[in-house]
Ligand binder design. Structure first.
Ligand code: GLU
Length: 435
């Protein structure tokens, strides 16, 4: 396996290796991939294959702004792997999004789909834009032009986008409509996370938070802790963070701290989450000025003593510098990549159980799969059915990883990579390489 170790630095990639900072999401992904490859004794060819994205598409997106100026944005779509099925993954709009980040996120989607046994490969898209700086018509033109430029990439049997950071059901509706117009027929299954009236699935909006909670409850039960006695800290109060906080609150847990871009809010007696959600919804989706808790910094929030910490904001929040100060017993990764690879060992040594992102937040893509199935059947499920199936799949996936982690005496994260990579590699061996 020493060759595999060397391959990371000597550059086997088809794509040029991006500039890697110590904590870059791509480095974190590769370090964990590398560890699992060693456990599985993956041969070198397979390692090369699975560490190279299948396709990297970069487009420029010119749009006419409301004042008549032409502005040009940069957009990406990375298909990491489509061995298990059409590639699947969200599109994020952020002015600091990079190709390196999108590549890591695309690979995470491959592993995530494999972990929850949905028949999809992994992809991710990004547009370098802060959508807050665009009017609604500008955002629509940007989305339509991005979709048009990606027309050959997207498709219900090829590559299926979904919402991610700063994108939502309206943006998915524009993608669906643009693709359908170019096809001359309505093609609902080209995108998931759509409004329900356009073929979206009931329960899709809450699915990621619901999956975070199902896997957190499964972890608590392995530690024989009752949810009603737990204290919870949630970083991020967007869709994933707020739904996770609400569902844990409904389990009787005490949510002692929450945060959003305006800062952290701490109340050791527990925060009234429905009230916080109402406050945020009626104040432009911001907790600024929320009086049900005392203000704290984001850093203080992460380091609070609690049973469960749910980082549901961004990548790289827990790194080697603050990992030694984390006092949570369980970290349930609502966001993609909130813990850097070089923090893994520190958390492990300190006995913190980490439910990895590729399991914890897989509820979103799981219900995306349900949405795609419903669109293709033209038959729609009740919310109760969606939630029941989601809970079952998340619980089964947790149990599968738990067995792998016991078998090899490894962490749940390592088990998730081992399980996922094994699944993709086994499928590739059966399919073989097309020549
Ligand atoms: N963006 C979400 C994720 O990172 C959902 C992807 C999807 O549903 O395709 O898992």
């Amino acid at each position: 396996m020493s060759n595999i170790k060397d391959s990371i630095s000597s550059g086997y990639y088809k794509e040029p290796v991006p500039h890697l900072t110590a904590d870059s999401p791509f480095t974190s992904m590769m370090q964990r991939f590398h560890f699992a490859a060693e456990i599985l004794d993956l041969d070198e060819g397979m390692f090369k294959y699975l560490s190279s994205p299948e396709k990297v598409v970069m487009v420029s997106i010119p749009i006419t702004m409301d004042d008549g100026r032409i502005e040009v944005f940069e957009g990406y779509r990375v298909i990491h792997n489509s061995i298990l099925g059409p590639s699947k993954g969200g599109i994020r709009y952020a002015d600091d999004v990079t190709l390196d980040e999108v590549k890591a996120l695309a690979a995470w989607m491959t592993w995530k789909c494999a972990v929850v046994n949905v028949p999809f490969g992994g992809a991710k898209g990004g547009v370098k834009v802060d959508p807050k700086n665009l009017s609604k018509p500008e955002l629509e033109r940007l989305t339509r032009r991005y979709t048009s430029n990606m027309f050959d990439v997207f498709g219900p049997d090829r590559d299926i986008p979904a919402p991610d950071m700063n994108t939502n059901d309206q943006i998915m509706a524009w993608i669906m409509d643009t693709y359908s117009m170019k096809q001359n027929k309505t093609e609902t299954a080209v995108v998931t996370g759509k409004p329900i009236i356009l073929g979206g699935s009931k329960g899709r909006k809450e699915a990621t938070g619901r999956g975070v909670v199902t896997s957190t409850l499964a972890a608590l039960s392995t530690l024989k802790i009752s949810p009603s006695t737990t204290s919870i800290v949630v970083q991020g109060f967007g869709n994933v963070g707020s739904v996770s906080a609400k569902l844990m609150y409904e389990q009787g847990a005490k949510v002692i701290a929450i945060s959003d871009i305006s800062g952290g809010y701490y109340n050791k007696e527990g925060i009234d989450i429905p009230e916080a959600m109402h406050y945020s919804q009626t104040h432009g989706y911001s907790l600024e000025g929320f009086e049900g808790a005392d203000p704290i910094t984001n850093q203080e929030l992460l380091e609070l003593e609690c049973d469960v910490l749910i980082p549901a904001a961004k990548e790289d929040q827990i790194n080697k510098d603050n990992a030694p100060k984390i006092k949570a017993r369980i970290i349930s990764e609502g966001a993609n990549g909130p813990v850097t690879a070089n923090a893994d060992k520190i958390l492990e040594e300190n006995g913190v159980m980490v439910i990895p992102d590729i399991l914890a937040n897989a509820g979103g893509v799981t219900v995306s799969y349900f949405e795609w199935v419903q669109d293709r059947h033209g038959y729609f499920w009740t919310e109760e059915r969606v939630n029941r199936r989601l809970n079952r799949m998340m619980r089964e996936s947790f149990d599968n990883l738990f067995i792998v982690s016991e078998k090899y005496s490894i962490t749940l994260r390592q088990a998730a990579y081992v399980y996922a990579i094994d699944r993709v590699a086994t499928t590739l061996k059966l399919r073989g390489i097309y020549a």
